[in-house]
Structure formats: structure tokens, C-alpha cells
Design a protein around this ligand. Structure first.
Ligand SMILES: [Zn+2]
Length: 352
């Protein structure tokens, strides 16, 4: 319903004594809370993260707040859309690389200091996953998230100011909800009308991708997913599991790497790291096959305007939004496209 119609229905419903009629249309807003690609920092971009808020027209889609990854600066970006750490119902982690979790300690510490009386926050992620010589453990990440603040004495000092703060520090406020990674989508969280599913996807051990289903629509958050075949030859750099998860979803949010970082680009960027990300063109093709209405690119490697990705210099200089758009459109994808900056957002249903 467009705004004029909504107004007419609102006035009629007030006159007729049916206020719920005017206010019940469900809606969802997907906001990129950080779009920096990888652990480098560039011009103040926040680390990787996506906020999904769901509600209805009466509360401006602010019924429930779900955060997917929490990179550097997440609480700063949430503050810019009027959300405090305590208001987030759940944080979903795609993988435990620092660029996706740097902001978690900050978010949980703030919650522990200022909003500890709220219900516990869910942190949802894959269970411990072993690879050659190492184990990726989201559960340990959470359990030890405030160790530095405990060791420094801060937790004890702040408890001396307010004994009601939980003794164990921020980790005491968390329900860690791990799941066994699976190629088949599984429901890993739900509340009311909102359901979140997860699949295993390749990048590093324990990487997961998520889908949020609501009456207003569905969004898939791919994270840094790549193809299970770690290098060419292969049909695509994208994940078959993410593509299957995205069938019927309106919006896909996905990390992207521009082909300029590839082995032929002269940057010296390590080929295995290039190959474990999804390229802009392959993401366009995946969005097309999945039938998505909108593709949101995030975690841009390289960032717009950067003449280097960390230590790797781009011999032909920085690339532009147009370069990313051209790479996506080369796939034939004609749907909506966001080359993400911090706080880029998409609303479902779209306002007319
Ligand atoms: Zn990353």
C-alpha cells in the first residue's frame, strides 16, 4: 500500500474505530552496519555486519533487531539508526575472523555496563569446527570475549560501582546457541513471525550463511561464502548452498571481491584468498538464478576509492562504484543493486 492509501486507510480506520487496520502492514529493513572488506581499515568504514529489523508500519519496522556479524564499529553504526546494544535480540556469526567479530566485545561490554537488566542476548553460530591443525570456535570467542577487561580489573572495578552487574562479565549475558553445520538449511532461531535458517558454506572452517524469513519478505546473508571447490576450474566462485538458500528470497546481502584482485590483476593479492571470496560477476549470476529482486554488495574488496587492499597496491588505481556495477551487470542480472556503503539499506516491501 502506498503512503496516500495508507493515510486514507488510517483516517477511515480511526473514524471507524479500527486502528489496527492502518498499522499492521509488516515490514523489514536490511541495513549494512559495516562494509569494509577484510581486516584493513579505510576511511572510517565499519567492519562487516548487517542489521535486519522487522516490525510493522506502526513501529517503523522496529519490532525486533537481528545483527549478522559484528565487525569493528558495529555499536557506532547501530547508534546512527537509533539502536542500543541492549535492544539487539540476537547476533548471528558467519565466521570468527576478526573483521566479522571485532565489534562483539564492545557491543557486549556496553550491554553489560548499561543494559544488563535486559534479557540475555542470543549469539548464534556454528559449533566448533576443525580443519587442518586448528579449530574455529565461536563458543570460545564468546566465553572469552571480555577476558581482557576481566584481566585488566575493569570488570571488578565496575562491579564495585554496581553489584547488580553479572559477576562473570559480558559473557554472562549471552546465550550461545551453536548448531551443527549442515548443507541442508536448518532453523537456528525463531521468534514470533521471524525465522532464521543457516547452511554451511565454504570460506574457513565453521563458516555459515543465513536466511531470515518474515511476513514482509526474506533476506539471505551470505557472509564471505565461496564455492566448495577452492579454486578454478569450477562453474562459479559462489556457494551452491547459498544459492539454494536464496531461492525465493527478495534480497541477497553478500561479501564481494572485484576481479581486479584476481591473479591477473597485478596486485600480488594471494590467489587462495581471492578464490575463497565470491566475485561481483558470479554474485550477479547467482542472484539471477535464485530470482532475487535485490543484491546488496558488502565487504567490498577493494573498498571504493582505495588504491590498495591492505598491503596490496592496485596497479591501475582505485576502482569505483561503476566498476562494481559493471562487473555485476556483466552477468545479466537486471534487479536492484546496492554497492554497499555503511548504512546502505533496503526496505521490504519497498515504499512506493
Ligand atoms: Zn571477512
Amino acid at each position: 500500500m502506498n503512503r496516500v492509501m495508507a493515510r486514507v486507510v488510517f483516517v477511515l480506520s480511526v473514524v471507524l474505530g479500527l486502528p489496527a487496520l492502518a498499522q499492521s502492514a509488516p515490514c523489514m529493513v536490511v541495513t549494512l552496519t559495516g562494509t569494509q572488506g577484510g581486516p584493513s581499515s579505510f576511511q572510517g568504514l565499519a567492519g562487516s555486519g548487517t542489521l535486519v529489523r522487522y516490525g510493522d508500519d506502526s513501529n517503523d519496522c522496529r519490532g525486533v533487531f537481528l545483527q549478522f556479524d559484528a565487525g569493528r564499529g558495529t555499536s557506532m553504526r547501530l547508534s546512527q539508526v537509533g539502536i542500543t546494544p541492549g535492544e539487539v535480540a540476537a547476533v548471528f556469526i558467519t565466521h570468527v575472523h576478526s573483521d566479522h567479530v571485532d565489534g562483539l566485545a564492545d557491543l557486549l561490554q556496553l550491554r553489560w555496563m548499561q543494559e544488563f537488566k535486559r534479557p540475555k542476548i542470543d549469539v548464534v553460530c556454528s559449533g566448533d569446527t576443525a580443519a587442518a591443525g586448528h579449530v574455529m570456535s565461536c563458543a570460545k570467542l564468546v566465553a572469552h570475549t571480555a577476558d581482557a577487561y576481566i584481566q585488566s580489573g575493569e570488570i571488578a572495578q565496575r562491579r564495585a560501582e554496581d553489584k547488580a552487574r553479572p559477576a562473570g562479565g559480558p559473557a554472562d549475558l549471552v546465550n550461545v546457541r551453536t548448531f551443527a553445520s549442515s548443507d541442508e538449511p536448518q532453523v537456528v532461531w525463531s521468534s514470533g513471525d521471524v525465522r532464521v535458517m543457516a547452511v554451511r558454506s565454504a570460506h574457513v572452517a565453521g563458516h555459515a550463511s543465513y536466511r531470515v524469513d518474515t511476513p514482509a519478505g526474506s533476506v539471505v546473508i551470505g557472509g564471505d561464502a565461496g564455492n566448495d571447490t577452492p579454486a578454478p576450474p569450477r562453474a562459479s566462485s559462489t556457494s551452491a548452498q547459498v544459492e539454494a538458500l536464496a531461492k525465493g528470497a527478495q534480497v541477497i546481502v553478500h561479501s564481494v571481491i572485484h576481479p581486479v584482485m584476481g591473479p591477473d590483476g597485478g596486485t600480488g593479492f594471494p590467489a587462495p584468498i581471492y578464490h575463497r571470496q565470491s566475485t561481483a560477476t558470479d554474485l550477479g549470476a547467482m542472484a539471477q538464478r535464485a530470482g532475487a529482486q535485490h543484491l546488496m554488495l558488502t565487504h567490498l574488496i577493494p573498498p571504493l576509492g582505495a588504491d590498495r587492499q591492505g598491503p596490496y597496491r592496485l596497479p591501475k588505481g582505485a576502482i569505483t562504484q561503476g566498476d562494481y556495477e559493471a562487473a555485476v551487470r556483466a552477468s545479466g542480472f537486471a534487479g536492484g543493486l546496492t554497492v554497499g556503503g555503511d548504512l546502505s539499506n533496503v526496505r521490504l516491501p519497498a515504499r512506493r
